[in-house]
Design a protein around this ligand. Structure first.
Ligand code: NAP
Length: 296
């Protein structure tokens, strides 16, 4: 019993490594772990960790007891990384994956982003240590910090999402589940599907943001072809634009509209609603004033 107590206490003091700890989910995992008084190490290029340079991996991982892994989309490096982490003494791995990994037809078979998660999950499940997989749907923070943020600032979200709805999940909730999985013993072997509590179309999300910010933000549905053409016009390669365009296929086809129970299962409480996210985000940092010109 005494030994167990000593191990537990020591475990609580061991650093937890957060790969992707400067991003939308990782930065919140770091903040919430620090709030608990945990020692945290961030793995990102600014701290000397580069997914694409294996020579940076060992020094980042050595000494860490647990690791939260935000993978590098478009690569299949997760497996090699988590296996090396376990060789170096990591005893718990929590992987950020994505919704639809196990849904036939969710993404195309040759989609590099999907492969990152499919192969990453396979590798994590084969590890001989505690592991937990998080499968979030669309992040609410895509509108404030992610790829919709410039469009929200400009007042027009021009994407090929049709009338599809998504149960946007707050990255604070993703982080809370990650922190629970990193620090509590009961989440080993769990796969948590994470969503918000209700589905919103892009038009409804834009209306929530307008109400919260006091600035008009509207959704302009594009066809996939229009989206690719606009993205290419803005400097993307046609291949890149097509790959980005594909991200909206599942949303447009209604495959992102279901509510998942992962937040409730992991934390015993309901996930945060999009309107709470919108109010806290745009009351704290208002959108810029601008002329609301009609689009052409
Ligand atoms: N957004 C969504 O709606 C959504 C939904 C489901 C799943 N996901 C998944 O969530 C993951 C992204 O999570 P996120 O949005 O929290 O991350 P994010 O905000 O995109 O941040 C990416 C993180 O990775 C780091 N990074 C980027 N390139 C790197 C490199 N070469 N080497 C080392 N670190 C690197 C960045 O830090 P530095 O730039 O400082 O290196 C940053 O900390 C993806 O796997 C995505 O598929 C996203």
């Amino acid at each position: 019993m005494a030994r167990l107590t000593v191990r537990r206490l020591t475990g609580a003091m061991d650093p937890i490594l957060v790969i992707g700890g400067t991003g939308k989910s990782g930065s919140r995992v770091v903040a919430q772990l620090k709030q608990q008084g945990r020692e945290v190490r961030i793995g990102a290029r600014s701290t000397g960790f580069d997914w694409l340079d294996e020579s940076t991996w060992d020094s980042t991982v050595t000494g860490a007891a647990a690791v939260f892994v935000v993978p590098l989309d478009g690569t299949t490096l997760t497996g090699a990384f988590v296996r090396r982490a376990v060789e170096l003494g990591v005893r718990r791995v929590v992987l950020l994956s994505g919704r639809g990994v196990d849904t036939p037809g969710y993404g195309s078979a040759d989609n590099a982003l999907g492969n990152t998660h499919v192969l990453g999950e396979q590798a994590v499940r084969a590890l001989d240590v505690d592991w937990t997989i998080l499968r979030p749907g669309w992040f609410a923070q895509n509108f404030s910090e992610g790829f919709f943020a410039p469009a929200v600032q400009a007042g027009e979200i021009r994407v090929p999402a049709g009338d599809g709805a998504a149960t946007f999940v707050d990255a604070e909730d993703i982080a809370a589940v990650a922190v629970a999985a990193l620090t509590e013993d009961k989440h080993g072997g769990e796969i948590y599907e994470l969503s918000g509590p209700r589905a919103l179309t892009m038009a409804e999300a834009a209306a929530e943001i307008s109400a919260a910010s006091g600035r008009q933000v509207r959704y302009v549905p594009l066809t996939p072809e229009q989206y690719v053409a606009e993205a290419v016009e803005q400097g993307m390669s046609p291949e890149e634009a097509a790959a980005f365009g594909e991200v909206y296929d599942a949303l447009r086809r209604g495959l992102d509209a279901h509510v998942s129970d992962g937040v409730e299962r992991a934390l015993g409480r309901r996930p945060r609603d999009f309107s709470d996210f919108a109010k806290s985000t745009w009351l704290a940092v208002p959108l810029p004033l601008r002329d609301d010109k009609p689009s052409t």
